[in-house]
Design a protein around this ligand. Structure first.
Ligand code: TUI
Length: 319
């Protein structure tokens, strides 16, 4: 499956692993890259020494292309941005803001820059600044989200830019991948689907919650406060929503969110922010990163090879 994304990033399958702050480390990223996708080390909220250590570890596990993500709301984002140049990372993705101030430095260092965007306007701005591709991430995604759905965002971003587009948000299998390609994307980014794989170091109760999730089991907190985050429903998320209805002081709300991802990573499934996307509903297997990539490519290719009447007959037979 060759696209401008596989060419640009030097990978075999057009599948990028979503950066999951405090979760996506060297082990997961290297496994995804080894399997032919692009693994991403999530630098959000991590000390600089951790970033350096993880990039070095991943380099020992794979010689294939490797990416890292800069979370732009992170107070030390500028330091991480510089460090990644020194470490010679192949690809940088960014999230939760505009990476405009770092773009020239990354381009000079020969890094492929792929900002995550939630609107066509930001995608066009990123292209003007020299981005190599963009990830168009719909609100189905887990973690920090925008307003638009993947179904509406992807074709609108594709119309706004000439650089290749990677679709994200709500994609976890070959069907979703093919649908994204039909919308004009040339690659996909998946986070939630990689949460449950063997090489993902997230705690087992989090994996179990994803495996058991139904389509209505995620909720967005913080819409209107500037920090909309999608996570699996639990006591923390319900408390947040209650407080958001009555609270008028944004600082109080900020205090409530602080440390919530760390609590979840440490295993608190009730009072932590257990981030996951809506597509958790169809994630029902663990497997390895390679299983995910191989099956997504094989299923998307098989589906695309079917004449439409056969595809429709298959849908009817499953109903
Ligand atoms: O960044 C993400 N997802 C994330 S970051 C994260 S870490 C975190 N930890 C604790 C609390 C909150 C977050 C968890 N999940 N996705 C990429 C993404 N970026 N989605 C949407 C956007 C986005 C939204 C608005 C990017 C830019 C933007 O506007 C910026 C502008 O200047 O217009």
């Amino acid at each position: 499956m060759r696209t401008r994304i596989t060419e640009l990033l030097g990978i075999e399958a057009p599948i990028v692993q979503g950066a999951m702050a405090r979760i996506a480390d060297a082990r997961l990223a290297a496994a995804v890259s080894e399997a032919g996708g692009l693994g991403i080390i999530a630098c959000g909220g991590a000390p600089l020494e951790w970033v350096e250590d993880q990039v070095r570890q991943a380099r020992e596990l794979t010689s294939k292309p490797l990416g890292a993500n800069v979370m732009l709301m992170d107070p030390q984002a500028a330091d991480v941005a510089r460090l990644l140049c020194d470490l010679g990372i192949d690809v940088v993705t960014t999230g939760a803001g505009s990476p405009a101030e770092h773009m020239a430095m990354w381009k000079e260092a020969g890094i492929k820059v792929v900002p995550v965007v939630a609107s066509a306007a930001l995608a066009a701005r990123m292209e003007r600044l020299g981005a190599d591709a963009v990830v168009a991430e719909g609100t189905e995604a887990g973690g920090h989200v925008g307003e638009l759905t993947t179904m509406a965002l992807v074709p609108s971003v594709c119309a706004a830019v000439d650089i290749p587009v990677i679709a994200a948000g709500g994609i976890a299998d070959g069907r979703g991948m093919l649908a994204a390609l039909a919308l004009g994307a040339e690659g996909v980014q998946c986070g939630t689907r990689f949460l449950t794989v063997e090489e993902c170091t997230v705690c087992d109760p989090w994996k179990e919650k994803v495996l058991k999730a139904k389509d209505s089991d995620t909720i967005v907190t913080g819409r209107g406060t500037g920090h909309p985050v999608r996570a699996l429903k639990n006591k923390f998320a319900r408390d947040c929503r209650k407080r958001e209805m009555t609270c008028t002081n944004p600082d109080d709300l900020e205090g409530m969110y602080a440390g919530s991802l760390r609590r979840a990573v440490e295993g608190d499934m009730e009072m932590g922010s257990v981030m996951a996307g809506q597509i958790a509903a169809i994630v029902s297997e663990r497997g390895t990163a390679k299983d995910v990539i191989d099956s997504m490519v094989a299923d998307a290719e098989a589906l695309a090879a079917l004449p439409l009447p056969e595809l429709l007959a298959g849908n009817a037979a499953r109903a």
